[in-house]
Design a protein around this ligand. Structure first.
Ligand code: PGA
Length: 245
């Protein structure tokens, strides 16, 4: 199975950058692959899907968030899973720590977002991760287990799920947990899914300061099924080198 490599552009990019980078990735043997996923700002997904279709490219598209409300309606400013689906969105990042912190995402809204994605057959990429202080006081296993329990409230049926472990202390800091620390949490994630959601095929990712320099080592750890890449995904050379693992 090829590992999933997700580029999380966050709130970055421009029409010019999308046109340039999407064309580069469509022509590159390492990135023109359905397991390479570009999570772009929603406003650029249409342009990216047009270029993708024109070039017959095989990489996948993801959104970075979705409305907790369903389909269509009087929810000014919101974008539904139905709309994202129409643009060719295959994956949806849900519960990124930046959104939990700055947009006050609640457990209920995360459950609704996962349900909305699943109803449109979009695969959720559910993010979990502890802060530095929780890691240091040793309570991170309990904290992460509680974050995973949100999945037990999801009403829709699903047979596959992507969960990304993104320790907050590693995001954008250049600090990366060691292999043992990454594998400990990814094992916890897999055991949780096996115990409570045995019908689902789990793909467990690591995210946080993944770069062209450390990706090979991370992607070759036994529990790692892929990576979620922030900063390095904005530089095509770095991103392509991550995809050559
Ligand atoms: P980073 O971000 O690679 O810049 O640390 C990862 C993420 O937040 O998904």
């Amino acid at each position: 199975m090829s590992k999933l490599i997700i580029a999380n552009w966050k709130m970055n990019g421009s029409v010019e950058q999308i046109e340039r980078d999407v064309s580069i990735y469509a022509k590159c043997i390492y990135t023109n692959n359905p397991s390479v996923i570009l999570a772009l700002p929603n406003i650029y997904l249409y342009i990216a899907s047009q270029i993708k279709n024109k070039l017959g490219a095989k990489f996948s598209l993801a959104a970075q968030d979705v409305s907790e409300f369903i389909n269509y309606g009087a929810y000014t400013g919101e974008i539904s899973a139905t709309m994202l689906k129409e643009l060719g969105t295959k994956y949806l990042i849900i519960g990124h720590s930046e959104r939990r912190a700055y947009l006050n995402e609640t457990e209920d809204s995360l459950v609704n977002k996962i349900d909305n994605a699943l109803n449109e057959k979009i695969t959720p990429v559910f993010c979990i991760g502890e802060s530095k202080s929780i890691r240091e006081n040793g309570k991170y296993i309990n904290f992460l287990d509680n974050q995973l329990r949100i999945l037990l409230q999801v009403k829709s049926s699903f047979d596959k799920l992507v969960i990304a472990y993104e320790p907050i202390w590693a995001i954008g800091t250049g600090v990366v947990p060691n292999g043992e620390q990454i594998c400990e949490v990814l094992k916890l994630i897999k055991a949780f899914v096996q115990n409570y959601l045995p019908h689902a095929k789990i793909t467990a990712l690591y995210g946080g300061s993944v770069s062209g320099v450390n990706a090979y080592e991370i992607l070759n750890l036994p529990e790692v099924d892929g990576v979620l890449v922030g900063g390095a995904s904005l530089k095509p050379d770095d991103f392509i080198s991550i995809c050559t693992y």
